[in-house]
Design a protein around this ligand. Sequence first.
Ligand SMILES: Nc1ncnc2c1ncn2[C@@H]1O[C@H](COP(=O)(O)OP(=O)(O)OP(=O)(O)O)[C@@H](O)[C@H]1O
Ligand SMILES: [Mg+2]
Length: 139
Amino acid sequence: MQRIIESIAEMDALGAEIAAGLRGGDVVALTGDLGAGKTHLCKAIVSGLGGWDSVTSPTFTLVHEYASGRLPVSHFDFYRAERLEEIVALGWDEYLDRGDVILVEWADKFPGLFPAETRWLKLEVDGPARRIVSMEESS
Ligand SMILES: Nc1ncnc2c1ncn2[C@@H]1O[C@H](COP(=O)(O)OP(=O)(O)OP(=O)(O)O)[C@@H](O)[C@H]1O
Ligand SMILES: [Mg+2]
């Protein structure tokens, strides 16, 4: 499924829509170039879950956790991770087991980490405020 997003407001609406369908334990894997809008969409998902946390890219810490919404969220960014072992050492398996919603930027760096039912979202820049978002359930 593909969505053409024409503005930040439409990206916020998509985040709210995705959030409405999330259940504990769901994993959302985001891919797309620098500036594609992955962090922005994570923000929109967290606020769609009713969270008021300030969402920033966990570039250096690799993971941020937000607990104020309807479901707890763990937000990863693999951009700076060099080896899969770094993610495993953070407790990746425990994060998957504990039932948080998991959001991951640059997820395609380590595709082998993801459960089969992961929701993959690919963001492409198609103009200053225009984005193409492709969504699939991986098999
Ligand atoms: N429709 C849109 N949706 C999302 N972001 C948009 C849109 N239009 C413009 N932008 C801008 O694009 C930028 C997206 O930045 P963001 O940090 O979310 O990207 P990113 O994919 O997380 O990049 P990085 O790989 O560096 O983490 C922001 O500056 C945002 O304001
Ligand atoms: Mg980002």
